[in-house]
Design a binder for this molecule. Structure first.
Ligand SMILES: Nc1ncnc2c1ncn2[C@@H]1O[C@H](COP(=O)(O)OP(=O)(O)O)[C@@H](O)[C@H]1O
Ligand SMILES: O=C(CO)[C@@H](O)[C@H](O)COP(=O)(O)O
Length: 506
């Protein structure tokens, strides 16, 4: 009996595959790592073929681990990272690595387009300011810097769309990923021909737009052989990872808000009103009829991953000896440092910064060091710096008219009780952590379940599958020290902005 749903999450650090039953119980999971390449300052790219290879290995692993017959998978949902620019030829071959959501190589092109077309005009149609990390300027960058790639380009795909193509042979675009392009009319959810022309992006490069839960095809023979799924398994269009994580965290009604705990940081505020602010990010939710007003920061969980990779050799070895993760040991060290990290303040601008400052030259900074500080201060101040960036986005959203009362956490960072408590203390918001730490993949699976009729509605799906694991209330005793550090955090960037521009080195 077709009783299972399979979710595929194309995250920045890895793909995460999970099989759920109708009640949202995780039957089996498997991950597949792949690298981010940083060939130049401000560049960050990945190879979508490495995504597909990781997906195939992890899907076969999850079916085997769960003892699941491929024929029992009722549907497949895919979520993926934002703002890819996957150039494929008419046979679906990937023509070059794609710049990903933190890549700022096209900053100069953005300045030129904003000047020529008018930043207000672009913002009025798309609901987003034209910034280099979005998809739009990356396409123009191909035109100017890789003319041979551009000449062979048949379509520009997003991350989840590429995997959907590899499974079904159908080249599509879902509604929630439309926000990556500024020729996407955020009021109507359609491509805008005039803006395509103004930007210099031919409309034929842009795939047809589909609702996120719509079945766009079925697993074909080639894909079945490569990944182990059954021929004919329905695949839905899928959506943006942050939007699927928002759904998987149970955020489907206006005012509810997801806290983004993956590589990137930030939040997504669900709204049924069109609320746009040039300092924030606006996109369609994967749930019909809703938008998400987002803060998207460059330094999220990825800061802890970087710290662990660069400075965690001992904790990796010691963790193996204790049968624990190195990040658990990092958390233990950070717990021993007082709130406020004894004055050490971290700017998490690790690949420039996106919202709300949109500065490709912004740099990471640890301020307040002296000989009394330890590795633990670096760990805790990093957690606090990511939380200050989250607060900065929430403060801007409040100015824009979007007040947030409760945050619902998702992503790997939510595994850390300390980090989640720090975010609650610094934002002053209660944070609910859903049971599934695979909220993003759960969101993708809910799309598939609604699309194939396993659920009557999104409300039914969320009621059945999203449960609370724990919650955090802000500790008011820490409010003063964090507010004082937050003011230092804002002042540091104001004072260093020009220096960062001079030494940006892009
Ligand atoms: N126990 C933990 N403590 C702190 N950070 C964690 C922990 N577990 C995972 N993370 C962070 O979560 C991130 C991965 O989250 P995930 O949602 O899988 O990211 P993505 O989907 O962007 O690849 C990593 O960058 C890692 O630093
Ligand atoms: O840009 C966004 C959402 O708007 C980021 O969420 C990226 O899509 C990266 O996602 P993770 O890899 O951090 O999950």
């Amino acid at each position: 009996m077709k009783q299972y749903l399979l979710g595929i999450d194309i995250g920045t650090s890895a793909c995460k595959i999970a099989v759920f039953n109708r009640e949202g119980k995780v039957i089996a999971t498997a991950n597949g790592d792949y690298p981010v390449y940083y060939p130049k300052q401000g560049w960050a790219e990945q190879n979508p073929e490495e995504w597909w290879s990781a997906v195939c290995g992890a899907v076969k692993e999850v079916l085997s681990k769960g003892g699941i017959a491929p024929k029992d998978i009722a549907g497949v949902g895919i979520d993926g990272q934002s703002w890819s620019a996957i150039a494929v030829d008419k046979d679906g071959r990937v023509l070059t690595n794609t710049p990903i959501w933190m890549d700022t190589r096209a900053a100069d092109i953005c300045e030129e387009l904003n000047e020529r077309i008018g930043s207000d005009e672009i913002f009025k149609l798309s609901g987003n300011s034209l910034q280099p990390s979005y998809t739009t300027a990356k396409i123009i960058w191909y035109q100017r810097n890789m003319p041979e790639v551009y000449a062979d380009t048949y379509k520009i795909l997003q991350s989840n769309s590429y995997i959907a193509y590899k499974l079904t042979g159908e080249m599509t675009q879902d509604l929630s990923q439309g926000y990556g392009l500024h020729c996407f009319n955020m009021h109507t959810g359609t491509w805008d021909e005039d803006m395509c022309e103004a930007l210099g992006i031919p409309m034929h490069l842009l795939p047809e737009i589909h609702p996120c839960h719509e079945v766009i095809g079925t697993v074909n023979g080639k894909a079945a052989e490569e990944c182990g799924l059954a021929i004919g398994t329905p695949v839905v269009a899928g959506g943006l990872d942050a939007a699927c994580g928002t759904l998987g965290a149970g955020v489907i009604h206006p005012g509810e808000t997801q806290e983004q705990g993956g590589q990137a940081g930030g939040m997504s505020i669900c709204t049924d009103q069109y609320i746009a602010d040039e300092r924030l990010i606006l996109g369609y939710h994967v749930v019909p009829g809703q938008w998400l007003l987002q803060g998207g920061t460059t330094g999220g969980g990825g800061v802890m991953r970087w710290l662990e990779q660069q400075f965690g050799d001992y904790e990796r070895e010691e963790g193996k000896r204790q049968g624990r993760s190195s990040l658990d040991l990092f958390n233990e060290m950070a717990e021993k440092v007082t709130p406020g990290s004894d004055g050490v303040v971290f700017l998490p601008y690790m690949s420039g910064e996106r919202s709300p400052i949109w500065d490709p030259d912004a740099k990471g900074v640890y301020y307040g060091l002296d000989f009394s500080k330890t590795k633990a201060h670096f760990i805790r101040s990093s957690m606090e710096g990511v939380a200050y960036a989250l607060k900065h986005n929430l403060d801007v959203a409040k100015e824009a008219g979007a007040e947030v009362s409760v945050l619902r956490a998702m992503g790997g960072s939510a595994n850390s009780l300390l980090w989640t408590q720090i975010k609650s203390d610094i934002t002053g918001k209660p944070i609910i952590v859903p049971s599934s730490d695979t909220a993003t993949t759960l969101g993708a699976v809910i799309l598939a379940g609604v699309g194939v009729g396993m659920y009557e509605s999104f409300e039914e799906a969320v009621a059945l599958t999203v449960k609370e694991k724990r919650s955090h209330e802000p500790n008011v005793e820490n409010a003063d020290v964090y507010q004082k550090n937050y003011e230092v955090y804002l002042e540091l960037y104001r004072n260093l902005k020009e220096t960062m521009k001079k030494t940006g080195g892009r």
